[in-house]
Design a protein around this ligand. Structure first.
Ligand code: PEP
Length: 246
């Protein structure tokens, strides 16, 4: 039985004042059946962890470096995220692939580093609109999975997020049929590569303009185990209804 998960990606948003949202969310869901994760900017991770202590909320980073330490100015190592209170880290988000030219090979190295540090990697995959229109969605997602997921991935160390690039921050959500096609494909690919045990246990999130109004329909879709949420995760008022729909 896969435990459902709602992960919020604050991206480059939020200040210490926004930490009040963590307290509000924790208060609204004192003992949730599902897992709730917030990924604030790295500067807020430690104070967010202090705010979340003793609650059901878990925290995550938004990226990590493949090396555990070293001369990499501006980067953050996976063990540093863990020390700051993270249990998760988002990797390979399309904004990082676009803004920083991040490749799937780099994502795979980061995911391995995250696993070594005891973090669960939320690895993002997804096609652009041009790729969807060209009928390449499954081949793109399949290639990103093959190249981004480490060989020794486990269901504890890996969550996979399908995020069609054209649905992120655009208000356009994929249809249930579109989501089901990709999620069923991802489940089959994981099972083929890692066997039935791991293949069945890895959680698959959908991401792309998820909000309270569409969450229930998305969560009722085949092989959807939760959501990776951007804009609607910034306040407890917006994220709460998504968590409640899990
Ligand atoms: C995201 O950034 O992962 C995302 C899905 O953003 P939004 O929910 O704002 O579309």
């Amino acid at each position: 039985m896969r435990r459902r998960l709602a992960a919020g990606n604050w991206k480059m948003n939020g200040s210490r004042a926004a930490l009040a949202e963590i307290a509000a969310l924790a208060e609204a869901f004192p003992a949730p059946a599902s897992e709730i994760v917030l990924c604030p900017p790295a500067t807020l991770l430690a104070p967010a962890a202090a705010r979340a202590e003793g609650t059901a909320l878990r925290l995550g980073g938004q990226d990590c470096h493949p090396e555990p330490r070293g001369a990499h100015t501006g980067d953050i190592a996976a063990p540093m995220l863990a020390e700051a209170g993270a249990a998760y880290v988002i990797l390979g988000h399309s904004e990082r692939r676009a803004d920083h030219g991040e490749t799937s090979a780099q994502v795979r190295a980061k995911a391995a580093a995250a696993q070594d540090a005891g973090l669960t990697a939320i690895v993002c995959v997804g096609e652009s609109l041009a790729e969807r229109d060209a009928g390449e969605t499954l081949s793109i997602v399949g290639a990103q999975m093959a190249e981004s997921i480490p060989e020794d991935a486990t269901a504890e160390a890996l969550v996979l997020a399908y995020e069609p690039v054209w649905a992120i921050g655009t208000g356009r959500t994929a249809t249930s049929a579109q989501i089901a096609e990709v999620h069923d494909f991802m489940r089959a690919e994981l099972t083929r590569r890692f066997g039935a045990g791991t293949g069945d246990a890895v959680r698959l999130l959908y991401g792309g303009s998820v909000k309270g109004a569409n969450a229930a329909e998305i969560f009722a879709t085949s092989n959807v185990d939760g959501a990776l949420v951007g804009g609607a995760s910034l306040t407890a008022a917006d994220f709460g209804p998504i968590v409640a729909a899990l």
